[in-house]
Design a protein around this ligand. Structure first.
Ligand code: AMP
Length: 109
């Protein structure tokens, strides 16, 4: 979608600090980090919210990738948080599915 910020990051039109990329997904650092490590993982395909995601393989691959990125970032041993905000009620601001990976400090509840 041409007017979607994360689609534009996925195509490279808007720069981002990428930490992982393959044919189906991209991970990059959050521009306003809420923790020392704050990474967003998105599918390259435009899916607005988790509620619209009906591809179990893609969702499984994304969750597996978050786990591997956490290892690469050196936060796996201490522990980390994985968050998906869904629609307005869940605090979602960008309507392109993304998984937040947060770590690098002890996170408050
Ligand atoms: P959410 O509230 O779950 O939709 O989260 C959207 C996230 O995208 C927020 O944590 C923002 O800081 C982040 N964000 C917004 N614009 C950018 C950008 N250009 N590059 C990286 N992260 C961004």
């Amino acid at each position: 979608m041409s007017n979607c910020l994360f689609c534009r990051i996925a195509t490279g039109e808007i720069p981002a600090q990428k930490v992982f990329e393959d044919e189906t997904m991209l991970a990059f650092r959050d521009i306003h980090p809420k923790a020392p490590t704050h990474i967003l993982l998105i599918p390259k395909q435009h899916i607005a919210t988790l509620a619209d995601a009906d591809d179990p393989a893609l969702l499984g691959n994304m969750m597996q990738r978050v786990r591997l990125i956490a290892e690469n970032e050196g936060i796996a041993e201490a522990g980390y948080r994985v968050v998906i905000n869904v629609k307005e009620g869940g605090g979602q601001e960008i309507f392109h599915l993304h998984i937040h990976l947060l770590g690098g400090k002890r996170l408050p509840f």
